[in-house]
Design a protein around this ligand. Structure first.
Ligand code: ATP
Length: 292
């Protein structure tokens, strides 16, 4: 099956600073992919490379088997809702739908109308007077009604309150269940992704730290807690993702097979948030960097 996004040695540099480097990933179709990382990690850069808004400095990127933004057909297959869910303030909700119909060959007018009605949005209302949550829902509706094979959303819920955030993500999940398309969604909040995404990419300091199916990643990581290790290494094999030490205790997050039972050590599983935080741990990230 064609990958939804395939990158080989992909990099983007601004002057002397790399916004994204050495990015090699291959994401199968049919997932809701969460791209997570701290501010400035390179998430927007990767999404803009995927939509063809930016050209790579190094390497290459393919989206749904084609070059990003290469021709009408490719443009029609990819929907993009940029950061801050941009809409035209002076246009009404109805104007947005008419514009969507004019610009997109595969426009699903029924879906757009039905969704706007379900959200309780008045087609005569100017977009500039909508609340942040309503604006985000309008932008999502435009993205969905385009009926893309891949919908890319850059921090779509960043400015929303918890209720609006939940409604937005729920609407997105319902749409993916109904229309079967792939989604690539960025956020710096793991809690947003936990219920929504089944594939995860963790980006830290402009590099992909880990990428894969969420359940595989969770199964492949363990937390070990036990007596403080004088040499700072865990009692087992596996790649150390993060390490924390107090006077008496050491806690490691390791990537690898389940460690053999040792009565002095507690072995625990991780949730998605713990996993992402472990990869964001800067001290270990710096060590990994030095070891490359
Ligand atoms: N046009 C630009 N010119 C120069 N540097 C840039 C430009 N755009 C982004 N950068 C830099 O590239 C790096 C990655 O930025 P990017 O916007 O991709 O991060 P992000 O993970 O999306 O961050 P956030 O969560 O804050 O949106 C940052 O250091 C940023 O300052």
């Amino acid at each position: 099956m064609t990958s939804v996004l395939e990158a080989q040695g992909l990099g983007k540099r601004y002057g002397r600073r790399w916004a994204l480097r050495d990015c090699t990933i291959d994401i199968p179709q049919g997932h809701v992919v969460g791209l997570v990382g701290p501010n400035g990690a390179g998430k927007t850069t990767l999404l803009k490379l995927a939509t063809g808004v930016l050209e790579p400095t190094t390497g290459g990127i393919g989206v749904l088997g084609g070059r990003p933004a290469a021709g009408h057909e490719q443009l029609a297959r990819v929907g993009f809702v940029a950061q801050d869910t941009p809409v035209y303030a002076a246009l009404t909700v109805g104007d947005h739908l008419r514009l969507g119909a004019r610009l997109n060959p595969g426009w699903d007018a029924g879906l757009a109308r039905e969704r706007i009605a379900r959200l309780g949005l008045d087609p005569a209302h100017r977009a500039g007077k909508l609340s942040g949550g309503q604006r985000a829902q309008l932008a999502l509706t435009l993205g969905l009604a385009k009926r893309p094979d891949l919908l890319i959303l850059d921090e779509p819920v960043a400015s929303l309150d918890p209720l609006a955030r939940r409604d937005f993500l729920q609407g997105l999940m319902e749409a993916t269940a109904e229309h079967r398309f792939s989604v690539l969604l960025s956020s710096h909040l793991v809690s947003d992704l936990e219920r929504t995404c089944d594939y995860l990419i963790v980006l830290v300091d402009s590099r992909v730290r880990i990428a894969g199916r969420a359940e595989d990643l969770l199964a492949a990581h363990h937390r070990l807690t036990g007596p403080r290790r004088a040499d700072g290494t865990p009692p087992t094999g596996g790649q150390v993702v993060s390490a924390r030490h107090t006077d008496r205790q050491s806690t490691f997050v390791v990537h690898g097979d389940a460690p053999a039972a040792d009565p002095a050590w507690t072995v625990g599983r991780l949730g998605m948030e713990d996993l992402v935080l472990a990869y964001m741990d800067h001290s270990v990230a710096a060590d990994l960097e030095a070891a490359r």
